[in-house]
Design a protein around this ligand. Structure first.
Ligand SMILES: [Mg+2]
Length: 278
Protein backbone atom coordinates (compact mmCIF):
# COMPACT_ATOMS: atom_id res chain seq x y z
CA UNK A 1 0.00 0.00 0.00
CA UNK A 2 1.20 3.50 -0.85
CA UNK A 3 1.38 5.51 2.38
CA UNK A 4 3.56 8.23 0.83
CA UNK A 5 2.07 11.58 -0.22
CA UNK A 6 3.53 10.85 -3.66
CA UNK A 7 0.83 9.35 -5.88
CA UNK A 8 3.24 8.10 -8.58
CA UNK A 9 6.69 8.58 -10.09
CA UNK A 10 6.77 8.65 -13.90
CA UNK A 11 10.11 7.99 -15.53
CA UNK A 12 11.40 8.64 -19.03
CA UNK A 13 13.37 5.84 -20.74
CA UNK A 14 16.43 6.75 -22.91
CA UNK A 15 18.91 8.91 -21.02
CA UNK A 16 16.97 8.39 -17.77
CA UNK A 17 16.72 4.67 -16.96
CA UNK A 18 18.52 3.19 -20.01
CA UNK A 19 21.12 4.28 -22.60
CA UNK A 20 23.45 6.68 -20.75
CA UNK A 21 24.01 9.71 -23.03
CA UNK A 22 20.81 8.98 -24.99
CA UNK A 23 22.95 7.72 -27.86
CA UNK A 24 20.63 5.41 -29.86
CA UNK A 25 18.33 8.12 -31.29
CA UNK A 26 21.26 10.37 -32.24
CA UNK A 27 23.04 7.62 -34.16
CA UNK A 28 19.80 6.61 -35.91
CA UNK A 29 18.85 10.22 -36.80
CA UNK A 30 22.27 11.04 -38.22
CA UNK A 31 22.27 7.86 -40.32
CA UNK A 32 18.71 8.61 -41.53
CA UNK A 33 19.67 12.06 -42.83
CA UNK A 34 22.96 10.81 -44.26
CA UNK A 35 20.92 8.42 -46.37
CA UNK A 36 19.42 11.56 -47.96
CA UNK A 37 22.88 13.09 -48.40
CA UNK A 38 22.35 15.51 -45.52
CA UNK A 39 24.75 15.90 -42.65
CA UNK A 40 23.28 16.62 -39.21
CA UNK A 41 25.41 17.78 -36.29
CA UNK A 42 25.06 15.96 -32.99
CA UNK A 43 23.74 19.15 -31.37
CA UNK A 44 21.07 19.56 -34.09
CA UNK A 45 20.07 15.91 -33.61
CA UNK A 46 19.78 16.51 -29.87
CA UNK A 47 18.06 19.93 -29.89
CA UNK A 48 14.46 18.66 -29.74
CA UNK A 49 15.13 15.21 -28.29
CA UNK A 50 12.25 13.72 -26.32
CA UNK A 51 9.53 14.55 -28.84
CA UNK A 52 7.72 11.74 -30.67
CA UNK A 53 10.09 10.68 -33.44
CA UNK A 54 8.13 12.06 -36.43
CA UNK A 55 7.80 15.47 -34.73
CA UNK A 56 11.47 15.31 -33.90
CA UNK A 57 12.35 14.79 -37.59
CA UNK A 58 10.15 17.73 -38.61
CA UNK A 59 11.81 19.98 -36.04
CA UNK A 60 15.23 19.06 -37.47
CA UNK A 61 14.06 19.68 -41.06
CA UNK A 62 12.90 23.12 -39.97
CA UNK A 63 16.34 24.12 -38.67
CA UNK A 64 17.78 26.71 -41.05
CA UNK A 65 21.01 24.83 -41.81
CA UNK A 66 19.12 21.60 -42.51
CA UNK A 67 16.37 23.29 -44.54
CA UNK A 68 19.06 24.89 -46.71
CA UNK A 69 20.86 21.58 -47.22
CA UNK A 70 17.55 19.96 -48.19
CA UNK A 71 16.77 22.65 -50.79
CA UNK A 72 20.32 22.45 -52.19
CA UNK A 73 20.02 18.66 -52.48
CA UNK A 74 16.41 18.35 -53.69
CA UNK A 75 15.73 21.75 -55.31
CA UNK A 76 12.64 22.22 -53.12
CA UNK A 77 11.47 22.37 -49.51
CA UNK A 78 10.67 19.13 -47.70
CA UNK A 79 7.13 17.72 -47.89
CA UNK A 80 5.03 15.53 -45.58
CA UNK A 81 5.90 12.63 -47.88
CA UNK A 82 9.62 13.27 -47.24
CA UNK A 83 8.96 13.26 -43.50
CA UNK A 84 7.21 9.90 -43.85
CA UNK A 85 10.11 8.48 -45.89
CA UNK A 86 12.63 9.70 -43.31
CA UNK A 87 10.50 8.33 -40.51
CA UNK A 88 10.28 4.86 -42.07
CA UNK A 89 14.06 4.77 -42.32
CA UNK A 90 14.55 6.10 -38.79
CA UNK A 91 12.12 3.53 -37.44
CA UNK A 92 14.05 0.69 -39.11
CA UNK A 93 17.39 2.08 -37.87
CA UNK A 94 16.09 2.35 -34.33
CA UNK A 95 14.50 -1.09 -34.34
CA UNK A 96 17.86 -2.47 -35.49
CA UNK A 97 19.96 -0.77 -32.83
CA UNK A 98 17.72 -0.39 -29.77
CA UNK A 99 18.62 -3.76 -28.27
CA UNK A 100 22.24 -2.62 -28.04
CA UNK A 101 21.27 0.55 -26.17
CA UNK A 102 18.98 -0.86 -23.50
CA UNK A 103 21.51 -1.22 -20.69
CA UNK A 104 20.28 0.22 -17.39
CA UNK A 105 21.75 3.45 -16.08
CA UNK A 106 23.33 3.09 -12.62
CA UNK A 107 20.86 4.01 -9.91
CA UNK A 108 17.77 2.78 -11.80
CA UNK A 109 17.38 -0.45 -9.85
CA UNK A 110 18.01 1.03 -6.36
CA UNK A 111 15.38 3.74 -7.04
CA UNK A 112 12.99 1.16 -8.49
CA UNK A 113 13.38 -1.02 -5.37
CA UNK A 114 12.99 1.97 -3.05
CA UNK A 115 9.76 3.12 -4.73
CA UNK A 116 8.46 -0.45 -4.74
CA UNK A 117 9.19 -0.86 -1.01
CA UNK A 118 7.19 2.30 -0.31
CA UNK A 119 4.32 1.15 -2.50
CA UNK A 120 4.70 4.16 -4.83
CA UNK A 121 3.42 3.32 -8.33
CA UNK A 122 6.02 3.61 -11.13
CA UNK A 123 4.91 4.83 -14.54
CA UNK A 124 6.82 5.74 -17.69
CA UNK A 125 6.58 7.77 -20.90
CA UNK A 126 8.86 7.92 -23.94
CA UNK A 127 9.41 9.30 -27.43
CA UNK A 128 9.73 5.71 -28.72
CA UNK A 129 6.77 3.91 -30.29
CA UNK A 130 5.05 0.77 -28.93
CA UNK A 131 6.95 -1.31 -31.51
CA UNK A 132 10.28 0.11 -30.33
CA UNK A 133 9.35 -0.45 -26.71
CA UNK A 134 8.65 -4.11 -27.50
CA UNK A 135 12.42 -4.36 -27.98
CA UNK A 136 13.49 -2.15 -25.07
CA UNK A 137 11.10 -3.33 -22.34
CA UNK A 138 12.03 -7.05 -22.29
CA UNK A 139 15.73 -6.13 -22.28
CA UNK A 140 15.22 -3.81 -19.29
CA UNK A 141 12.95 -6.34 -17.57
CA UNK A 142 15.65 -8.99 -17.88
CA UNK A 143 17.97 -6.60 -16.04
CA UNK A 144 15.35 -6.15 -13.28
CA UNK A 145 13.65 -2.90 -14.33
CA UNK A 146 9.93 -3.31 -14.91
CA UNK A 147 7.81 -0.19 -14.37
CA UNK A 148 4.09 -0.74 -13.77
CA UNK A 149 3.05 1.16 -16.89
CA UNK A 150 4.67 2.12 -20.21
CA UNK A 151 2.85 4.68 -22.35
CA UNK A 152 4.03 5.63 -25.85
CA UNK A 153 2.94 8.54 -28.08
CA UNK A 154 1.08 6.26 -30.54
CA UNK A 155 -1.11 4.91 -27.71
CA UNK A 156 -2.52 8.34 -26.83
CA UNK A 157 -2.22 10.13 -30.19
CA UNK A 158 0.24 12.81 -29.05
CA UNK A 159 3.80 12.79 -27.78
CA UNK A 160 5.60 15.37 -25.69
CA UNK A 161 5.31 18.17 -24.95
CA UNK A 162 1.62 17.29 -24.59
CA UNK A 163 0.79 15.76 -21.19
CA UNK A 164 -1.44 12.96 -22.52
CA UNK A 165 1.03 10.13 -21.82
CA UNK A 166 1.20 11.29 -18.19
CA UNK A 167 -2.61 11.45 -18.01
CA UNK A 168 -2.76 7.88 -19.32
CA UNK A 169 -0.25 6.78 -16.66
CA UNK A 170 -2.31 8.54 -14.00
CA UNK A 171 -5.52 6.84 -15.12
CA UNK A 172 -3.97 3.37 -15.29
CA UNK A 173 -2.16 3.81 -11.97
CA UNK A 174 -5.17 5.54 -10.38
CA UNK A 175 -2.71 8.26 -9.33
CA UNK A 176 -4.08 11.67 -8.45
CA UNK A 177 -4.01 14.61 -8.00
CA UNK A 178 -1.25 15.37 -10.50
CA UNK A 179 0.46 17.77 -8.10
CA UNK A 180 1.32 14.64 -6.15
CA UNK A 181 2.98 13.01 -9.17
CA UNK A 182 6.68 13.38 -10.09
CA UNK A 183 7.98 13.27 -13.68
CA UNK A 184 11.68 12.50 -14.14
CA UNK A 185 13.52 12.93 -17.46
CA UNK A 186 16.62 14.13 -19.27
CA UNK A 187 15.22 16.53 -21.90
CA UNK A 188 13.52 19.90 -22.11
CA UNK A 189 10.58 18.02 -23.69
CA UNK A 190 10.34 15.82 -20.55
CA UNK A 191 10.17 18.85 -18.30
CA UNK A 192 7.59 20.55 -20.55
CA UNK A 193 5.50 17.35 -20.53
CA UNK A 194 5.62 17.21 -16.72
CA UNK A 195 4.83 20.90 -16.35
CA UNK A 196 1.96 20.69 -18.85
CA UNK A 197 0.50 17.90 -16.73
CA UNK A 198 0.92 19.91 -13.50
CA UNK A 199 3.49 17.50 -12.00
CA UNK A 200 6.69 18.01 -10.06
CA UNK A 201 9.66 17.63 -12.39
CA UNK A 202 13.22 16.42 -11.85
CA UNK A 203 15.66 17.03 -14.71
CA UNK A 204 18.66 14.73 -15.15
CA UNK A 205 21.60 16.77 -16.43
CA UNK A 206 24.46 14.34 -16.95
CA UNK A 207 23.03 10.94 -17.90
CA UNK A 208 21.10 11.98 -20.96
CA UNK A 209 20.52 14.39 -23.77
CA UNK A 210 21.25 17.65 -21.92
CA UNK A 211 24.94 16.76 -21.70
CA UNK A 212 24.83 14.21 -24.53
CA UNK A 213 28.05 12.37 -23.74
CA UNK A 214 28.90 8.76 -22.97
CA UNK A 215 30.72 8.02 -19.72
CA UNK A 216 34.03 7.51 -21.51
CA UNK A 217 33.60 10.81 -23.37
CA UNK A 218 32.98 12.53 -20.02
CA UNK A 219 36.13 10.94 -18.56
CA UNK A 220 38.20 12.36 -21.41
CA UNK A 221 37.18 15.98 -20.68
CA UNK A 222 39.53 18.34 -18.85
CA UNK A 223 38.27 19.92 -15.63
CA UNK A 224 37.28 23.30 -17.03
CA UNK A 225 35.46 21.92 -20.12
CA UNK A 226 33.64 19.49 -17.86
CA UNK A 227 32.66 22.33 -15.56
CA UNK A 228 31.29 24.46 -18.44
CA UNK A 229 29.40 21.61 -20.13
CA UNK A 230 27.89 20.37 -16.83
CA UNK A 231 26.73 23.90 -16.02
CA UNK A 232 25.15 24.32 -19.49
CA UNK A 233 23.33 21.00 -19.15
CA UNK A 234 21.94 21.93 -15.72
CA UNK A 235 20.95 25.44 -16.90
CA UNK A 236 19.08 23.99 -19.90
CA UNK A 237 16.80 21.97 -17.62
CA UNK A 238 16.35 24.71 -15.01
CA UNK A 239 15.44 27.16 -17.76
CA UNK A 240 12.81 24.70 -18.98
CA UNK A 241 11.24 24.98 -15.53
CA UNK A 242 12.46 21.82 -13.77
CA UNK A 243 11.65 21.94 -10.05
CA UNK A 244 14.92 20.12 -9.37
CA UNK A 245 17.96 19.23 -11.47
CA UNK A 246 20.35 16.45 -10.45
CA UNK A 247 23.07 14.52 -12.27
CA UNK A 248 21.31 11.21 -12.84
CA UNK A 249 18.63 8.85 -11.56
CA UNK A 250 21.09 7.76 -8.85
CA UNK A 251 20.49 11.14 -7.15
CA UNK A 252 16.69 11.11 -7.23
CA UNK A 253 15.92 9.29 -3.95
CA UNK A 254 16.66 12.23 -1.65
CA UNK A 255 14.89 14.68 -3.98
CA UNK A 256 11.77 12.50 -3.97
CA UNK A 257 11.90 12.56 -0.16
CA UNK A 258 12.14 16.39 -0.23
CA UNK A 259 9.17 16.61 -2.58
CA UNK A 260 7.18 14.31 -0.26
CA UNK A 261 7.86 16.72 2.63
CA UNK A 262 6.87 19.71 0.49
CA UNK A 263 3.62 18.00 -0.56
CA UNK A 264 2.86 17.36 3.12
CA UNK A 265 3.34 21.13 3.64
CA UNK A 266 0.89 21.83 0.80
CA UNK A 267 3.53 23.10 -1.62
CA UNK A 268 2.74 22.87 -5.33
CA UNK A 269 5.09 22.26 -8.29
CA UNK A 270 6.24 25.28 -10.31
CA UNK A 271 4.26 26.28 -13.40
CA UNK A 272 5.23 25.80 -17.05
CA UNK A 273 7.57 28.50 -18.33
CA UNK A 274 5.99 30.32 -21.28
CA UNK A 275 9.25 30.71 -23.20
CA UNK A 276 10.09 27.04 -23.86
CA UNK A 277 11.96 26.57 -27.14
CA UNK A 278 9.65 23.67 -28.11
MG1 LIG B 1 15.10 10.65 -22.58
Amino acid sequence: MNTSPIAAVILDWAGTTIDWGCVAPVVAIQETFLEQGISISTSDARLHMGLAKKEHLKSILNLESVANQWIFKHGRSFSDRDVNTLYSYLERKLLDCLASYSTLIDGTLPLFDELRSKGIPIGSTTGYTSEMMRIVQPKAAKLGYKPDIVVTPDQVGLGRTAPLMIYSNAIQLKAYPLHRVIKIGDTIADIAEGKNAGCWTIGLALSGNALGLTKSEINELDFSTKDTLFKNARDQLFKAGADYVVDSIADCGTIIESIALRIRDNHRPSLLKASLPI
